[in-house]
Design a binder for this molecule. Sequence first.
Ligand code: HEC
Length: 212
Amino acid sequence: MKKVNQILLSATLASALLGGCVSRGNDPGWEYAPDMYYSKGYEPYSQADSSALNPYGMSMRTPAVGSVAMGKSDYVYPYENNGAGYELAGAELTMPEGFSDADGRGQYLYDIYCAPCHGAKGNNDGAVFQKAANLKPAWKGYSDPYIQTLPVGKIYHTLTYGKNNMGSHASVLAPLDRWKVINYVKQLSMQSAAAPAASATENAASEMETAN
Ligand code: HEC
């Protein structure tokens, strides 16, 4: 019995102590040595020492509209995501000066990001288009005159913003990489134009794969 009393007493003491800690309502309590937590100098992302000069009391100001981060000027894309922007890109955008794809990165990226739909050779026979033929574009593949004559600027615009069933690839292809992929698309479209028989054989082969 004595033991039970002891336990009860310690439980009551414990709850009284804990209660003292938790039942303070909205009182934030005391902060000891706050200058240990809040630097006296302005911290860019901190608002503890609210600035009276900047909007929202921020230490750091938002960059002026139109400013470009150092080294990111390639990412500035002046054309809007609409039909007029697409036409303008087609008329004005060209491959960057001194462009080269000596390391074959265009094909490397194409095989990752484009072949699943457009097929390794651009015959619109990738796994996605085989499973969902309703997603396919109207043109038959890169050998189509539509792609052969399509201005590179329009392709750049499509890679940047996407077009109907094709999503934007801006997050996975840096600006120069977009040009490398476009260069490879144009190579594929010229190759398949030069060797139509070869692409017909490939089409037959991929049809057999689908049948299996
Ligand atoms: C999810 C499937 C899919 C993927 C992945 C895909 N595309 Fe497409 N692509 C399409 C479809 C669908 C269209 C037809 C869009 C339309 O005109 O309606 C298209 C259109 C195009 C066109 C014609 C653009 C134009 O302006 O008319 C080109 C060139 C092209 N794709 C290249 C690529 C390249 C290069 C990649 C890889 C970076 C890629 N696509 C990835 C589905 C895809």
